[in-house]
Design a binder for this molecule. Structure first.
Ligand code: PMP
Length: 412
């Protein structure tokens, strides 16, 4: 690097510092990402990441799906495809969504590179710098990252054990409107919330829709965990109650495997064309190979039975986590999810989950600090624990270690 380069930037680590677009300032390494490196050491019990337990999948069946695709349609699988995704898979996605009461047409389904890309595309389509996105408090760290990268202003709306609170939504909208702010959409994870572990009640769903309709606010419904319930299925999707005001996002990451990177958006007809154009501009087409293997897997496997297997695995792990919290950390409070991957733990105000993390890692347990899930610095007294990946025994051990850290901090 030349000394001129250093002078140009005022930052001696990155000579291009002053050349970045303003929106690059919104790109910060998430707290979860920094943790992955630490938590992947084998001696650490990681309650931090959200990695599905893919070892529960029928590996042979996936291998044979790949083989069938290559044998029967190799050249197509290895070629570029259409920007909206392959029609056969989009038909099958309609069957998956029908389980949650959603009706749609193949035309309005767009397959994406994970639902994460759908989040990016929708934000790109709707957000100018400074526009407001409403999101639950707390919300998915990966969505907050996308919203920031488009310079959105994320405003959180309170939730409780029944999900987003309609009255809080009403008040937040009125307050923002009073300030002349532009609210573009409500981002919500109604089922088995990441990170809060709660589900929006059936009673509240029509009310949330009414409020958004009355205020001309689009809803972005993100539902990757919806089919992973432990007892009762989740109430029907918001999209099943409103076809014009909701963009629905789904994913095969949790019901099959994230490695395929296949998710989808079901958009109102008016939006779908723009979504396809944005997808084409971003990636030309989603992976033909991945889509075709997923499609073949859906055709030749008992995928509903496989989802039942996952539900059993995660249910056992969730029970292990709740039992361990009850036994080892009776002084804290936590959510008890009916599905999904996560428990949200609230600690006494004197404890700071971010400050406490290095000590926890020293004690060989990792979690995600609550601050990762807020755009406004809140969450210091909370943490997300995930039960999807470690075995029940490891979960017990992890929570026991966590208790010794918490009690150490409290000087018990
Ligand atoms: N939304 C939520 C709420 C998630 O938890 C995740 C994955 N952690 C995603 C979207 C992205 O999933 P994918 O891109 O793998 O479909």
């Amino acid at each position: 690097m030349t000394s001129e380069g250093i002078a140009r930037t005022g930052n001696n680590l990155d000579p291009w510092y002053s050349n970045y677009a303003e929106r690059a300032g919104g790109l910060a390494a998430s707290e979860v990402r920094a943790l992955f490196a630490v938590a992947s050491r084998p001696e650490v019990v990681s309650l931090a990441g959200g990695m599905p337990f893919v070892s529960a999948l029928p590996q042979e069946l996936i291998m044979s799906s790949m083989e069938t695709v290559m044998r029967e349609q190799g050249p197509t699988a290895l070629q570029y495809g259409g920007g909206a995704g392959i029609p056969k898979l989009r038909e099958q996605i309609l069957d998956v969504m029908a389980i949650e009461g959603i009706r749609g047409t193949v035309d309005n389904v767009v397959t994406t590179t994970g639902s994460q890309q759908a989040l990016d595309l929708v934000t790109k389509l709707f957000i100018d710098p400074g526009d407001v996105i409403l999101a639950e408090a707390p919300s998915y760290v990966g969505a907050i990252g996308v919203f920031r990268s488009y310079q959105a202003s994320v405003v959180h709306v309170a939730m409780d054990e029944n999900g987003l609170i309609p009255e809080a939504l009403r008040q937040t909208i009125a307050h923002l409107r009073g300030q002349g702010r532009r609210i573009k959409f409500l981002y919500t994870i109604p089922n088995f919330h990441n990170p809060a572990g709660v589900t929006l009640s059936a009673e509240r769903r029509p009310e949330i829709l009414d409020i958004c309709r009355a205020n001309e606010i689009l809803i972005l419904e993100d539902n990757p965990y919806g089919l992973l319930h432990f007892d009762e299925p989740a109430p029907n999707a918001l999209r099943s109650l409103d076809e014009e005001g909701v963009i629905y996002l789904g994913s095969f990451s949790k019901t099959l495997a994230p490695g395929f990177r296949v998710g989808w958006a079901l958009a109102p007809h008016a939006i779908r064309e723009k979504l396809i154009l944005a997808a084409e501009a971003a990636v030309l087409s989603p992976s033909s190979f991945s889509q075709m293997v997923v499609s073949q897997y859906l055709s030749q496997s008992d995928w509903r039975g496989q989802i039942d297997t996952f539900r059993g695995v995660y249910r056992e792990r969730k029970d292990a986590m709740i039992d361990a919290l009850t036994e080892y950390l009776p002084g804290l409070s936590w959510t008890n999810p009916n599905g999904g991957f996560y428990v949200w733990v609230t600690m006494p105000d004197v404890l700071d989950s971010k400050q406490m993390l290095p000590r926890a890692v020293k004690e060989l347990v990792a979690y995600t600090p609550g601050t990762a899930f807020f755009a406004d610095g809140r969450g210091r007294h909370a943490m997300r624990l995930s039960f999807c990946y470690p075995t029940p025994e490891a979960i017990r051990l992890g929570v026991r270690r966590l208790a010794s850290v918490v009690n150490g901090e409290l000087d018990l």
